[in-house]
Design a binder for this molecule. Sequence first.
Ligand SMILES: [Zn+2]
Length: 82
Amino acid sequence: MRIDCRHVWEHISAYIDGQVEAALRAEIDRHLETCEICSAVLDSTRNVVVLVADDRVFELPAGFSERLHERLDRELEREEPT
Ligand SMILES: [Zn+2]
C-alpha cells in the first residue's frame, strides 16, 4: 500500500492520537520521512493538539489552525480525482 499527502492529512489527527491501525501508521511514518510538507503539517497539527492537551494558553497567530485546515481542505478538493 502506498499513500499520498491527502491520506496523511485525512488521518493526521488520529495518527497523533495513536488511533490509526499499525499498518497505516507505518505507511504514514514512511511518508513523513520523505515529505517535508506533511512533516510541517504534522508539526503544526501536533502543536495545536499539545496546546489543547496541556490546557495551557499560548499566543498563536489569530486563526492559525483555521487557516491551516482551510488550506488542507482546499488542497483535498483540488486534488480530488475527477
Ligand atoms: Zn506528504
